[in-house]
Write a protein that binds this ligand. Structure first.
Ligand SMILES: NC(=O)c1ccc[n+]([C@@H]2O[C@H](COP(=O)([O-])OP(=O)(O)OC[C@H]3O[C@@H](n4cnc5c(N)ncnc54)[C@H](O)[C@@H]3O)[C@@H](O)[C@H]2O)c1
Ligand SMILES: [Zn+2]
Length: 356
């Protein structure tokens, strides 16, 4: 088990603790003033471990769906908390993956102008990536992640044992983000996790080490640029194209798997634009493809993809801000013209390379 990881934020320090037993701190800490927001599936899978929270009388169970993190659902959550006499001196406790995190974090930011929140991430994506970094994002209608805040939690508790009940696809989604952050660190770090790829599924200790390391790498970026004004942008590697892929396929592809496709696509475009070399493209292609092909979805429609890319909130009117590998395999931020040539390269990737 690893030492706690301390993260510096604009609200002060917060801690990621690692432990053997799922939700162990619930058994020891006083629960007065805690309002639990729990993924309904996790509640049904872990009734014994979550017993203190479930029997506290203050638990709100929510199904982890994108609709449930939409603005129109929030009055219900607020009314629940108000009817349980929530106070500024209380705390919210999120138990679940990124969806429960986003709901709780957004409530914590706005309820009573801000109350503390704690987090027990139960998906690999949340443990290895989203649990740190302060962001909340919620949906409005069909527009995903359009409202948000920067609101760090007080404490995070990670136990990899809860990952044993996760669907294979959700594990690959988390691994997608882990591959991303290792690629951002440097080519050798990516090659290291790629070489261990198969063992990540069978060796929990090894997985925990890579979770820890993923958070350590991300910590380096969020501590210098918590509000995502510059250096942290590089964490969007695979996301510009990944988001467009998610949108073009009606969000049926888990986020981290779309990101894995997005990284491969970024590498391909970089190669075709002469910015990186065939060896860097090939070096990463094998493991990225293994991670996304298991999803079984290989066709992405071009027009909806390009439409989503144009609507991406990070772009200026005629330039696309994309994160690409350079000739040394380093992941760097670039501005590209979204011209016909660029669109043709996207079409090539989606029609030939993706399914090749
Ligand atoms: N705020 C951020 O920084 C940030 C970053 C990345 C993603 N996100 C958001 O997170 C969401 C995706 O989150 P996610 O990938 O963590 O998954 P999720 O919360 O959508 O959960 C995925 C599925 O796994 C189930 N599940 C959760 N824990 C489980 C467990 N231990 N065993 C079995 N099943 C379990 C859930 O019920 C759900 O069916 C998206 O809405 C995305 O926009 C937010
Ligand atoms: Zn992501």
């Amino acid at each position: 088990v690893f030492e706690p990881l301390i993260i510096e934020s604009h609200r002060g320090k917060y801690t990621v603790r690692f432990g053997e037993k799922p939700f162990a701190p619930l058994q020891r800490s006083p629960l007065a003033g805690a309002h639990f927001i729990i993924d309904a599936k996790v509640a049904s899978l872990y009734p014994r471990e979550l017993e203190p929270a479930l029997s506290s009388g203050a638990a709100l169970l929510i199904e982890a769906t994108e609709t449930n993190k939409s603005l129109h659902r929030f009055p219900e959550y607020v009314e629940h908390l108000v009817s349980h006499d929530v106070r500024k001196t209380h705390r919210l406790v999120a138990i679940g993956g990124g969806i429960i995190q986003d709901i709780t974090c957004f409530l914590a930011a706005t309820l009573l102008r801000g109350i503390p929140w704690h987090f027990y991430p139960t998906t690999l994506l949340a443990q290895a990536d989203s649990c740190i970094g302060s962001k909340s994002s919620i949906n409005v209608g069909d527009v995903k992640n359009i409202l948000g805040t920067f609101t760090p939690p007080v404490e995070i508790y990670v136990s990899t044992e809860v990952l044993e009940t996760l669907e294979g696809e959700e594990v690959r989604s988390g691994i997608g983000e882990m591959l991303k952050v290792h690629a951002i660190k440097n080519p050798a770090a990516f090659d290291g996790i790629a070489a261990d790829y198969d063992r990540l599924y069978s060796d929990n200790r090894l997985l925990e080490g890579y979770i820890y390391h993923s958070l350590e790498i991300k910590k380096g970026f969020i501590e210098i640029d918590e509000f995502d004004q510059g250096p942290r942008n590089v964490m969007n590697y695979g996301h510009t194209f990944g988001h467009a892929i998610e949108s073009a396929t009606g969000f049926e592809i888990p986020h981290g798997i779309a990101v894995t496709m997005g990284m491969d696509m970024a590498n391909y475009l970089s190669l075709r634009l002469g910015l990186t070399t065939a060896s860097h493209y090939q070096r990463m292609h094998g493991v990225l493809k293994t991670n996304f092909m298991a999803h079984g979805r290989a066709s992405i429609p071009l027009e909806p993809f390009l439409g989503a890319l144009r609507r991406d909130k990070k772009h200026t009117d005629d330039e696309l801000r994309v994160i690409l590998p350079d000739s040394e395999g380093r992941i760097t931020i670039r501005l590209l013209a979204g011209d016909q040539g660029f669109q043709d390269l996207c079409a090539d990737y989606l029609s030939k390379e993706l399914s090749a």
